[in-house]
Design a protein around this ligand. Structure first.
Ligand code: ADP
Ligand code: NA
Length: 343
């Protein structure tokens, strides 16, 4: 019904946190009013770090529950699980043959995730960005809401689309598959921004809040109860100064900046607005207000997730319905791409 199509994904790697919510899921919810949206639980991405994961099915249901509990409507839009739609892996293989080694060698997330023992990282972890390009372009998505950490991968997606469109321009034109001036695939726009595009760890303002951080106190999980949220916020690292009244006063104060950004994200305002209210306040007082706000906003989501998780059959039915609707789009793209490249 809308002209623009949104696609995004979240990995079922457990520990869904406030950064995932503010940087991604909450924005998925808002985009439903203006775009056709496809939201995917990307389990094929989740196995790039460790293939054998006994909790993968439960974690897939948990991300699905988080989507629904946050306000994503799987009846109006599409919610599904990546491995149930064969086109993702098929298009990823073709994109592995489009992407250049030099492009992937520049990906900083691979370097971070592979760590020092790079020789022992899976080939899947290395090729992850080509699979992500396939996820997006399989549906010819025009917009992708993501956190800031995904910016470089979105650029690679655009490079793959541009190269494919160029390399096969004659075949595309001859078959009449082209879309406007661009060619076959759209040049997808990332939607990154807002005060919480990069939520940092509560224990270390230089590291992003992450599912894989070994410290539970580094992140607020969507499944945390009010006590858990309160403990984590109270323990969050800060500095001894009171809050400044202007944003410039947050420079070089990573932890303060992070908490103010989280408050702004949760209250749908801006850091400047938060500082107008809290400038001059001590952290003890600000943290108490942040706890109240976080419990008010996240409490109902956690409770609804818990309720949904009690009925795994219902979640599986939602995913099966989404997969069949996603497959209908994906199969057409795969047939056309095969035709274009001569397979
Ligand atoms: P993670 O990075 O936590 O393992 P995913 O890779 O599944 O999670 O990311 C899901 C979405 O959440 C992506 O759009 C990603 O950019 C976003 N995201 C992840 N961590 C953060 C964060 N700390 N701040 C803001 N957005 C984030
Ligand atoms: Na990520």
């Amino acid at each position: 019904e809308f002209k623009e199509l949104v696609f995004s994904g979240v990995q079922p790697t457990g520990n869904l946190h406030l950064g995932n919510y503010l940087g991604a899921v909450r924005r998925f919810v808002a985009l439903q009013e203006t775009h056709d949206c496809i939201y995917c639980v990307v389990d094929l991405h989740a196995i790039t770090a460790t293939l054998s994961q006994p909790d993968l099915a439960a974690q897939t249901r948990e991300v699905t529950a988080a989507f629904i509990a946050s306000g994503i409507d799987p009846a109006r839009h599409i919610v599904f699980n990546q491995s149930q739609v064969a086109g993702h892996a098929e298009l990823a293989w073709i994109f592995n043959c489009v992407a250049r080694l030099g492009w992937l060698n520049r990906m900083t997330q691979f370097k971070e995730k592979a760590g020092k023992d790079r020789e022992n990282a899976s080939v899947g972890l290395y090729a992850y960005p080509a699979l992500m390009a396939a996820d997006i372009l399989l549906y010819k998505a025009t917009h992708v809401p993501v956190g800031e950490d995904q910016k470089q991968h979105l650029e690679l997606t655009r490079d793959i689309a541009i190269k494919f469109n160029n390399d096969f321009s004659e075949q595309i034109a001859a078959r009449g598959y082209g879309v406007g001036e661009t060619g076959y695939f759209p040049i997808t726009e990332p939607l990154i921004g807002g005060p919480a595009a990069r939520v940092m760890s509560l224990r270390d303002g230089t590291k992003k809040m992450s599912k894989s951080d070994p410290s539970d106190y580094s992140r607020i999980n969507l499944t945390d109860d009010a006590d858990g949220i309160a403990q984590k916020v109270r323990k969050a690292k800060t500095d001894p100064e009171p809050l400044p009244s202007e944003e410039a006063g947050l420079e070089k104060r990573a932890e303060a900046q992070n908490l103010v950004g989280i408050y702004a994200g949760l209250s749908d305002t801006t850091p400047a607005e938060v500082l107008r209210q809290f400038g001059g306040a001590q952290f003890s007082g600000f943290k108490a207000s942040l706890v109240d706000l976080a419990v008010e906003k996240l409490g109902p989501i956690g409770a609804e997730m818990a309720r949904l998780m009690k009925d795994p059959g219902h979640i599986d039915a939602v995913l099966a319905d989404g997969a069949s609707r996603a497959s209908a789009i994906a199969e057409r793209t795969i047939a056309e791409v095969k035709d274009i490249v001569g397979l």
